[in-house]
Design a binder for this molecule. Structure first.
Ligand code: THG
Length: 262
């Protein structure tokens, strides 16, 4: 599993404050803590309160690059914010995200090509959030076709079925899981899949339990990558164990320690 740490997000008040005050120690510590817990990459999102997201994303990229060479994931719906982040990027990079809208695809795919970036494609368009599995597959197929036509490598495309909070979208959870499995049949070579895990428990009680269960189920459906809180130790242990059971890791009595350390 490619693990993307979710914690550098202005949705968290402490991060919003650190961005506003340009407190780089807070951001660098948050980056290193997530990496120590097993993050392969870090999601960077200035959050809704940012007044100048193009400058803020550049500051985030620059201060984090001082302490790590892990992949940085530029998380914004605004192309100009993604572009700003790319201009100061030295690390490997993932663009989060494009939608299936033709105008968005026409901007984001060339950007990803120019910067050798991985690209997240959301199963969403101007009509909004899909209502079932078939709509998710149709949107995903639109993204895959656009990438193929522009010569973007499909193995570098991560399709996101859009995870809804279970307290609002309960009837769609199974469709979301099946979309993770069925996105793979869209093309050969196969696209990869990613989810924003914590969406599933927003507004619910027992958040970490819900996150953990949904992640384990998604792993069973073949998920490749997840944006999650890597400092949630029980979540990470559950993930390692799910991969063990699917024979993706070799069993030994100390498997938790063994796979946590790398
Ligand atoms: N897909 C993709 N990118 C994404 C998402 C997605 N990026 C953003 C988001 N969804 C994933 N990241 C988070 C980060 C935090 C939370 C949820 C998803 C979260 N935050 C607390 C909350 O809202 O309750 C913040 C409050 C707090 O604790 O301070 O839950 O789906 N491609």
């Amino acid at each position: 599993m490619f693990i993307i740490g979710e914690l550098i997000n202005g949705m968290y008040l402490s991060i919003a404050k650190a961005i506003k005050e340009k407190n780089k120690e807070v951001i660098q510590k948050c980056a290193l803590d997530q990496i120590a817990c097993g993050a392969d990459a870090l999601d960077l999102n200035c959050g809704p309160a940012s007044k100048n997201p193009t400058a803020d994303i550049q500051w985030l990229v620059e201060v984090i690059q001082e302490v790590t060479d892990k992949t940085l994931v530029l998380d914004s719906s605004k192309p100009q914010v993604i572009d700003a982040g790319l201009r100061v990027m030295k690390n490997k990079v993932m663009i989060n995200s494009t939608t299936a809208d033709p105008q968005k695809l026409a901007i984001m795919i060339p950007l990803a090509n120019q910067h050798n970036a991985k690209l997240i494609g959301l199963a969403i368009d101007a009509k909004g959030i899909p209502q079932n599995k078939d709509q998710r597959l149709e949107l995903a197929a639109t993204i895959v076709s656009a990438c193929s036509e522009s010569g973007f490598p499909i193995e570098e495309l991560y399709l996101d079925p859009i995870v809804l909070p279970v307290n609002l979208g309960q009837a769609q959870m199974k469709d979301i899981l099946e979309a993770i499995r069925d996105f793979k049949i869209i093309s050969e070579p196969q696209p990869k899949t990613v989810i924003g895990l914590s969406n599933v428990s927003q507004g619910s009680s027992f958040r970490s339990l819900i996150n953990r269960m949904f992640l384990v189920m998604a792993v069973g459906y073949g998920l490749d990558a997840a944006i999650l809180d890597p400092t949630d130790k029980e979540l990470m242990d559950s993930l390692i164990t799910a991969e063990l059971i699917l024979n993706k890791q070799i069993y030994c009595d100390s498997y938790l320690d063994a796979y946590r350390k790398k």
